[in-house]
Design a protein around this ligand. Structure first.
Ligand code: FE2
Length: 292
């Protein structure tokens, strides 16, 4: 079998595998954040406000340093986790909890903002190119005010599983019995999948989890074609089954257990109520987050 096949869900009463179909295809919008970093916002955009528990997905990628070198000077967060995956390029991180990190090609930064941090994320280029993703994973109400934590995960500590027709880099969750180093506070998986041309790929995803794929090179077919720069939101049940296009495909596959809680957003703070967001701004202004 030329696919990464895991146990397949079958419809009761039939022997047919149930395929996770596409619910929606999103393209994202060009925007700017931080001190003037040009990026594509795919989740957290007018087209797709959130996909519970995911609050935001940005792709940054440019071979022009002017698009990103201004970086993200010190700014606060509270109430969620940020997961930054660098395909290429380097990011230097500093935060108010005393953590310092240096992200390099293929590495991941996993920051749990919890009750609050102030951090800076300043890029450095690799041969002119910086490319990667930042994903915001919400924290449930009971964990929003936990202590902040931070992990720099170098590329060498992120397992890469080869299978016939491709390979999978396991950032979080389990793939073919191998668990990635990311430590989310809720159920989620995050894989970077590379497929050779025309290869098939199958993966069972926990029932009820929201899931998406975002194609960053090539294209895939899942009923219909999904192209580079498109995110496909998938159904909440069934097995992901797709085929790479003639030029192969590279995509991130992310899935998570929905929290089903109220979400109140205020810029860098994501809480359950408006009053909690206002409190976060007040705490930030009063220097409470400086002491995290
Ligand atoms: Fe940030």
């Amino acid at each position: 079998m030329d696919a990464a096949a895991i146990s397949k869900k079958r419809d009761p009463g039939t022997d047919k595998m149930r395929r996770r179909e596409i619910v929606n295809i999103i393209k994202g919008i060009q925007t700017s954040d931080g001190a003037g970093v040009n990026l594509t916002r795919i989740i957290g955009s007018p087209e797709l406000d959130m996909l519970d528990p995911f609050l935001l997905l940005d792709e940054f990628g440019s071979d022009d340093p002017n698009d990103y070198m201004a970086g993200f000077p010190p700014h606060p967060h509270r109430g969620f986790e940020t997961i930054t995956y660098m395909l290429n390029g380097k990011f230097r991180h500093k935060d108010s909890a005393g953590n310092e990190g240096y992200l390099t090609d293929g590495s991941v930064q996993w920051m749990t903002a919890g009750r609050g941090v102030i951090h800076s994320e300043m890029p450095e280029q690799t041969e002119g190119l910086a490319r990667g993703f930042q994903l915001w994973l919400n924290l449930p109400k009971k964990l929003k005010m936990i202590d902040p934590s931070y992990a720099d995960i170098p590329a060498k500590d992120i397992p890469c599983i080869e299978f016939k027709g491709g390979k999978a880099t396991i950032i979080a969750g389990t793939f073919q019995g191998v668990t990635g180093p990311g430590r989310p506070h809720t159920g989620m998986l995050y894989h970077d999948i590379h497929l050779d041309k025309d290869s098939k790929f199958e993966l069972d995803i926990a029932r009820g989890w929201n899931a998406f794929i975002y194609i960053y090179e090539g294209n895939v077919k899942l009923g219909k074609a999904i192209y580079k720069g498109q995110l496909a939101v998938l159904e909440q049940d069934g097995t992901l089954c797709l085929t790479a296009g003639h030029g192969g495909a590279q995509f991130i596959l992310v899935a998570g257990e929905p929290l089903n809680e109220p979400v109140a957003r205020g810029g860098p703070f994501v809480m359950n109520t408006r009053a909690e967001v206002m409190q976060a701004f007040e705490d930030y202004q009063n220097g409470v987050l400086d002491k995290s």
